[in-house]
Design a protein around this ligand. Structure first.
Ligand SMILES: Nc1ncnc2c1ncn2[C@@H]1O[C@H](COP(=O)(O)OP(=O)(O)O)[C@@H](O)[C@H]1O
Ligand SMILES: CC(=O)N[C@@H](CCC(=O)OP(=O)(O)O)C(=O)O
Length: 305
């Protein structure tokens, strides 16, 4: 018995538009085939089952056209609601969650036990493709506690760290086995054995992109990109270089600080391009990767003038 896929009639114009989009993707397919792309999926871009499903489809699409996607996920809002359920207070300072030892247990539980599992199972609806790894597994990350300066004051963030080393060999082996690694941003504390650190997921994605010599770092969030005058929505920056980003970084607010710092570190660390895109638009990642105009804000070491 043969299976018939129902065909939906479309106008000649619409059909031509689809064909042109496919053709526009050709140079990008050629350029990215066989390269590593690190995709940071932020908790604020996971807000609906439809968005999560579309994200999983995009990642699988990248894999099937020969790109090597590596997913680093966040889960900030999911951590906040779990902490609330447990009656544990948490606050953000300078874009980072102040994390007590008690809160750290919840952070790890939500990232590795909930968000990561959900993403793996969504991707695996398309086949046995994804496997999760925590930054604590097999020496993937080591971290060191960090402090931040807020209004001239040094703030102790508790169990929060920077990634100080990455051993990406296990992730590479997974890529060689044609798997899609899904990574949680938790790291062992190198100075306090036995302790774990809460790593901002943008920072973890950037460190991994550098270690894997990724061709691109794509960060999905809940805004169109970086606005020059936040919250003025007409001030979206489509591209900027590292020097310009370094100049405006101190003026940025809340979640954009770790995000833009991550982009800066990535391009300074040899990743050719970092992009912030709107994860609220279904399939924005495909547009970013496979169309000439991309979407959102792109950061490169030096803009071609
Ligand atoms: N200049 C800016 N441009 C865009 N967003 C900004 C800017 N400054 C602050 N923001 C805030 O940063 C948020 C994104 O960071 P965050 O909430 O940490 O996202 P995610 O969960 O995706 O990591 C935006 O929703 C916006 O409220
Ligand atoms: C230190 C720090 O702030 N860690 C983050 C880790 C998760 C994360 O980064 O999630 P998003 O990408 O969704 O924001 C947190 O606790 O929320």
């Amino acid at each position: 018995m043969s299976t018939r896929i129902p065909r939906t009639p479309v106008s000649r114009e619409a059909a031509k538009g689809k064909a042109l989009t496919l053709i526009e993707s050709l140079p990008w397919l050629e350029r990215f085939r066989g390269t590593v792309m690190v995709i940071k999926y932020g908790g604020n871009a996971m807000v609906s089952p439809e968005l999560q499903r579309a994200f999983a489809e995009d990642v699988v699409y990248l894999r099937h056209v020969g790109i090597l996607p590596v997913v680093v996920h966040g889960g900030g809002p999911q951590i906040s609601s779990a902490l609330e359920r447990f009656g544990i207070e948490s606050e953000f300072r300078g874009g980072y969650r102040v994390t007590t030892r008690e809160a750290m247990d919840v952070v790890r539980m939500v990232l590795t036990g909930q968000v990561s599992r959900e993403l793996v199972s969504l991707i695996n609806r398309h086949g046995p493709l994804a496997a999760s790894v925590s930054g604590e597994d097999a020496g993937l990350f080591t971290g060191r506690r960090k402090t931040v300066q807020v209004d001239g004051e040094t703030v102790d963030l508790g169990h929060v760290g920077d990634v100080v080393s990455v051993d990406a060999s296990r992730v590479r082996r997974m890529l060689d086995a044609e798997l899609i690694p899904v990574i949680s941003s938790v790291a062992p504390d190198e100075e306090h054995p036995g302790d774990s650190l809460n790593i901002n997921a943008d920072a973890a994605a950037s460190a991994l992109a550098i270690a894997l010599q990724a061709e691109k770092l794509v960060i999905l969030t809940d805004v169109e990109g970086l606005y020059a005058n936040w919250p003025d929505r007409s001030s979206l920056i489509s591209s900027l270089d590292a020097a310009e980003l370094e100049r405006i970084l101190p003026s940025l607010a809340s979640g954009m600080i770790p995000k833009m710092q991550a982009c800066l570190d990535a391009v300074r660390g040899g990743v050719p391009k970092a992009a912030i895109i709107d994860g609220r638009d279904e399939h924005s990642m495909l547009l970013e990767v496979f169309t000439d105009d991309g979407s959102g804000t792109e950061v490169v070491e030096q803009l071609e003038r």
